[in-house]
Design a protein around this ligand. Structure first.
Ligand SMILES: [Zn+2]
Ligand SMILES: [Zn+2]
Length: 343
């Protein structure tokens, strides 16, 4: 089949990849219609790897935040019909390992995840996937908004993992798609005050339009947060994937507070102010992707989280993926989520 793939490190092009087999029992074939560009896709595009996950074989197909139309059903599929609009859950966990049986499929060591080597992503004519990985899209929700369910699910999972509770104060470093998604999830959980820290003016404007407080990164955002919240927030989230945010996330919580790391840094190790962390007896969470959040994300998008649709700031035809990736990697033009649209 045709795919729009990385044909060599850093270079996109149309290419042929082997066809999938016909759908087996409880599998469906989805024709993608919209696919968001995630920071993880940009890491693979620029570096060919994220930590120890390395693209060994080219061409390699990126994209895991996708929605589309069901075009074929395997035997026994009852949750969707041919022609149905669906959002796609990109993680296919093994279902048998200890984390899977403990309900933590997102840390399954055997997981197959779209666009994580060696598994191709969504920028191709069709995707063969278990029927349990697709969820019908409500009529009022567009394909590109439905594709935002994946990053929104990451925010829902992070807020749930840290058990953000009503009346908590929250700071989030980074107002990209993951930061805004986390802010929305924290609001839905009842957080009293949500402050996003973000250097890019357009992103702060979007966060404010969605009803959140924002501050820039200069002067010292931690000092500012402490003043605004009487000594620090209950919970701080790192959603930028950069080293400064990694240090701020353990500096911003109040004594006994919580720090949550969501972002993916380019570096393999990051500094930790251990004396601050131990004196304040902080709880540090690492939040990994999302855990079966797709139905909830779609449901919320059709109601209290409808503003998530505003994160889709740019649309490009798939054939212009190279230009789209450039815009995203340079964080140009106020981009939050750029969506690749199929004809
Ligand atoms: Zn993503
Ligand atoms: Zn597993």
């Amino acid at each position: 089949m045709k795919a729009f793939a990385l044909v060599s490190p850093g270079n996109f092009g149309w290419t042929e990849i082997p066809d999938d087999p016909p759908p087996g029992p409880d599998e469906v074939v989805v024709r993608p219609t919209a696919c968001g560009i995630c920071a993880s896709d940009v890491h693979y595009w620029l570096h060919g790897r994220i930590g120890t996950q390395v693209i060994e074989n080219y061409p390699f197909v990126l994209g895991h935040e996708c929605a589309g139309v069901v075009v074929e059903l395997g035997e026994g599929v009852t949750n969707v019909t041919v022609g149905q609009r669906v959002a796609v859950e990109p993680a296919i966990p093994c279902g048998r390992c200890a984390p899977c049986t403990e309900g933590r499929q997102n840390i399954c060591p055997n997981v197959r995840f779209l666009a994580t080597p060696p598994y191709h992503g969504a920028l191709r004519q069709s995707i063969l996937i278990p029927a349990g990985n697709v969820e019908p899209i409500p009529e009022s929700v567009s394909f590109e908004t439905a594709a935002l369910c994946e990053p929104f699910g990451v925010g829902i999972h992070a807020a749930r993992l840290a058990d953000v509770s009503p009346d908590e104060t929250v700071a989030i470093f980074g107002a990209g798609a993951i930061g805004l998604s986390t802010a929305m999830a924290a609001r839905i959980r009842g957080a009293a005050r949500i402050i996003l820290v973000e250097p890019i003016k357009e992103r702060r404007s979007l966060a404010e339009a969605m009803g959140f407080e924002t501050i820039p990164i200069d002067p010292d955002p931690v000092e500012r947060i402490r003043q605004m919240t009487d000594g620090g927030v209950h919970t701080a989230f790192e959603a930028a994937g950069d080293l400064r945010a990694m240090s701020w996330v353990t500096a911003a919580p109040r004594l006994g507070g919580k720090s949550v790391i969501i972002g993916i840094p380019t570096e393999d190790t990051v500094p930790l102010d251990i004396h601050r962390v131990r004196r304040a007896e902080l709880t540090i969470y690492n939040s990994r992707r999302s855990n079966r959040t797709l139905p909830e994300a779609l449901h919320l998008l059709d109601g209290p989280a409808a503003d998530i649709a505003r994160m889709c700031t740019h649309r490009f035809p798939v054939s212009e993926a190279g230009r789209a990736f450039g815009t995203v990697s340079r964080r140009e033009d106020g981009v939050v989520r750029a969506m690749l649209m199929f004809d």
